[in-house]
Design a protein around this ligand. Structure first.
Ligand code: ADP
Length: 257
């Protein structure tokens, strides 16, 4: 593998010479591949013990509640929630290695888009003090991977919640536009500077600043979301105002009945 950069020179409109450099990047490419292989194996191995840990935490909580030991039952519940967070982080790492090695598989079926919106919103509502307001179209069938599209919605909603700690609501909207269905999540949180918003869909990218230490994360969720949406024939984008909030949207082609 060679990375070549340089300038071509022309004389009387004819190419005569080229000055530049050509660097052998085979080793670099191999290192990137090794890193992805390692991440893939490590995250896979970490998932198995976490599944048992989750089960033990749940059993422990149930046992403690039965004996009336509410304080320790709450600790067991907190343990369970931390395991859920860890599992989701590891899931993201695993997804990235799958995407980068071209091994992500989309299990496409026909489904009602809004049904998934309602399911995910209901699930998210259980774990936040933000009121999730839902508006828009009830009709609309898409042909995509139901679980993966749910994952994209979960990611956008949980970011909206995470990056708006001082707000008390987020707005979720679905609308038809031409041949597409558009899903939008609006928050009233920290927002981001205009020059940063085009980068948020890149791998490992996090908007730098104070929030980096305040809000934990790997900078992978939006990259994964963008890959899933684009591979499903849709688009993803963001509008944001620093200090006012962000609006993330994605589109998918509608299946006409
Ligand atoms: P993570 O949240 O784990 O850092 P993401 O890929 O989900 O990773 O997001 C990338 C970056 O985009 C975040 O670090 C954050 O800086 C910014 N971001 C994402 N969603 C929002 C939002 N709703 N409001 C403000 N910034 C956001």
């Amino acid at each position: 593998w060679y990375l070549t950069t340089g300038t071509p020179f022309f004389k009387d409109g004819e190419f005569c010479k080229w000055i530049g450099t050509s660097t052998d990047i085979t080793e670099f490419k191999n290192l990137v591949k090794q890193k992805d292989t390692f991440l893939g194996i490590a995250s896979h191995e970490l998932k198995t013990p976490l599944t048992s840990l989750k089960l033990y935490a749940q059993v422990l909580e149930r046992m403690l509640r039965k004996t009336g030991d509410e304080k320790n039952a709450d600790f067991a519940k907190k343990m369970d929630l931390q395991v859920v967070k860890l599992t989701s982080l590891i899931g993201d790492l695993l997804d990235v290695t799958k995407i980068n090695s071209g091994k992500i598989h989309l299990n496409q079926t026909h489904f009602n888009f809004q049904t998934v919106v309602m399911e995910i919103a209901e699930e998210m509502q259980m774990s936040t003090y933000h009121k999730i307001e839902i508006y828009g179209e009830k009709e609309g069938t898409v042909f995509a991977d139901r679980e993966r599209i749910g994952q994209v919605m979960t990611n956008l909603m949980s970011n909206a919640i995470k990056y708006s700690p001082d707000a008390d609501r987020i707005i979720v909207e679905t609308e038809h536009k031409g041949n597409d269905i558009i899903f939008t999540v609006k928050d009233f949180g920290i927002g981001m500077p205009p020059d940063k918003k085009d980068h948020v869909f890149e791998q490992y990218y996090r908007v730098s600043g104070d929030e980096e230490s305040t809000f934990p994360g790997l900078g992978l969720g939006l990259y994964i979301a963008a890959q899933i949406v684009e591979r499903s024939g849709g688009k993803i984008w963001v509008n944001s105002i620093l200090g006012k909030g962000s609006t993330f949207s994605f589109s998918l082609p509608l299946v006409r009945n």
